[in-house]
Design a protein around this ligand. Structure first.
Ligand code: ADP
Ligand code: MG
Ligand code: MG
Length: 247
């Protein structure tokens, strides 16, 4: 599904951050990326999603066999790549439900499809809000306005499940994730992966990986993947930190 070959990227006109990343993600797999602060984890997520603060200087990102480096972020989204906090904006007067409906229909339009029939949309909202234990009044709130950390997380995972991308990239940067928020993310990812979708889960927290069992754990340090293992690597990192890998 995703194949990254020798990816080098820098901040526009600035320092090189990614220094030769190789990564392959197959359908149904969950890959966790861990690593010290400043390693380039969020940069990797942004570069795959196509954020224009960064410039790819070498290498390729193949999504379903095609190099997407020249694609705009919205084209990548239409192809099936979702990134968390792609839509972090507060929009007064636009509800959680209406926002996601518009995003789904925009996605369909880009593929030459008609709007999703209202009945089908309603069923989809019902199915996913029940899975995430989302209440009706939450669905009617203005997007992100006054959302707590847990509510933002719930909305983000709801967006992921509603859009049903092929690849979801979740960057768990928030150090304030409480146990409820961790569970929301974990439940969402576990239900989502069953459909053959892939997840790139960036996290500082070993604890999240107690609820989501990754197929692979990668350590990113100084712009390179310096170690890959299975979920036992996450436990080892929890125990020993990163220093033993950095020499
Ligand atoms: P991580 O997510 O692993 O903590 P980041 O990808 O956020 O690391 O950052 C990697 C390095 O790149 C850091 O030194 C950070 O300061 C720098 N960096 C990332 N994005 C920018 C940017 N837009 N402007 C300036 N520096 C940046
Ligand atoms: Mg950081
Ligand atoms: Mg980060």
């Amino acid at each position: 599904m995703l194949k990254i070959n020798n990816l080098h990227a820098r901040i526009q006109d600035g320092a090189e951050i990614l220094k030769g990343i190789n990564l392959q993600i197959n359908p149904g797999e969950v890959h966790a990326i861990m690593g010290p602060n400043g390693a380039g984890k969020s940069t990797l997520a942004s570069v795959v999603a196509g954020k224009d603060d960064y410039e790819v200087t070498e290498g390729e990102i193949l999504f379903e066999g095609n190099n997407i480096i020249e694609d705009a972020p919205e084209d990548r989204a239409h192809k099936g790549i979702f990134m968390s906090f792609q839509y972090p904006v507060e929009i007064p007067g636009v509800t959680v439900t209406n926002f996601i409906k518009a995003a789904i229909n925009e996605n369909r339009k880009a593929k030459g499809l008609e709007n999703m029939p209202a009945k089908e949309m309603l069923a989809l909202v019902k199915e996913n809000s029940e899975k995430l234990n989302i209440k009706r009044d939450f669905l009617m709130r203005s997007l992100n306005q006054g959302f707590s950390g847990g509510e933002k997380k719930r909305n983000e995972i709801f967006q992921m499940m509603m859009l049903n991308p092929k690849l979801a990239i979740l960057d768990e940067t928030d150090s304030g994730l409480d146990i409820d928020a961790l569970r929301i993310v974990a439940d969402g990812v576990n239900s989502f992966r069953q459909e053959g979708n892939a997840v790139l889960l960036i996290t500082h927290y070993q604890r999240l990986l107690e609820y989501v069992q990754p197929d692979f754990v990668h350590v990113l340090a100084d712009g390179k993947i310096i170690k890959t293992g299975d979920k036992s690597l996450a436990l080892e990192l929890e125990d020993k930190g990163y220093d033993w890998l950095l020499n």
